[in-house]
Ligand binder design. Structure first.
Ligand SMILES: [Zn+2]
Length: 232
């Protein structure tokens, strides 16, 4: 696809749960839109305090560290960090109403919202909650909601089983896969890897070459897949 703006619009909001989601899931599309001249604004609802810390650090320390890693990553991608919330990492499902009210007050003037699909990409319950909240808001605003999907084909099962192995806590739901990719985007692999590496404290869990075999990792860094997720 050569013209992303014609599909997604020239002012878009990406709505995520954790610092690193923007890099692991959306960096390629975000970068592509920025290069075409679009405004790409990021709304990240938690500071990721439940993330795995590979160093001795307090919860507050991890919040601060992950916030600064996020700022570095968005600079690499070229998107704007418009809102970084302090909703509770790992239990967003308890805060749907507040999340919805907060985002309703913030998301103004966008041509589309981009976020997680019904299965939350990795199955993380916070991602699933963000899908539920954001697609209802997009409907209210009468703009499209686009969600990130896993690829079709043989890489699908490889990526999916690697993401299942990555789970290290109780935050995951076993969702059926509801979203099939309709849009394949060739992305800037160097920018995606650089953005991932900006999340130093999380990188050992994000490194495509650690998660997947080499050819799947190359694919992960070269393509992203999306579909229009209608509210059923
Ligand atoms: Zn996440």
């Amino acid at each position: 696809m050569s013209n992303l703006i014609s599909v997604f619009g020239k002012k878009v909001a990406i709505v995520t749960a954790h610092p690193d989601d923007e890099s692991f899931v959306f960096a390629g599309l975000a970068r592509g839109l920025v290069v075409e001249g679009a405004v790409v604004d990021l709304y990240c609802m938690t500071m990721g305090e439940q993330g795995r810390a590979y160093i001795e650090i307090t919860e507050q320390g991890l919040k601060e560290l992950r916030s600064s890693e996020l700022e570095a990553a968005v600079q690499i991608i070229g998107m704007n960090l418009v809102y970084l919330g302090s909703f509770p990492d790992g239990s967003l499902y308890k805060k749907k109403q507040e999340l919805s009210e907060k985002l309703r007050s913030l998301l103004i003037g966008y041509q589309s919202i981009i976020g997680f699909g019904s299965e939350g990409f990795t199955g993380h319950s916070d991602h699933v909650t963000m899908n539920e909240v954001a697609k209802v808001l997009a409907d209210e605003m009468e703009i499209p909601y686009y969600c990130a999907c896993l690829p079709h084909g043989e890489n699908h099962d490889i990526i999916k089983s690697a993401l299942l192995r990555k789970r290290h806590c109780d935050f995951y739901e076993d969702c059926e896969e509801l979203d099939l990719p309709e849009i394949t985007i060739k992305i800037d692999s160097e920018i995606k890897l650089k953005a991932l590496k900006a999340h130093t404290s999380q990188f050992s869990g994000l490194d495509p070459y650690g998660l997947f075999d080499r050819s799947t990792a190359d694919d992960f860094l070269n393509f992203e897949y999306y579909c229009k997720n209608a509210n059923k």
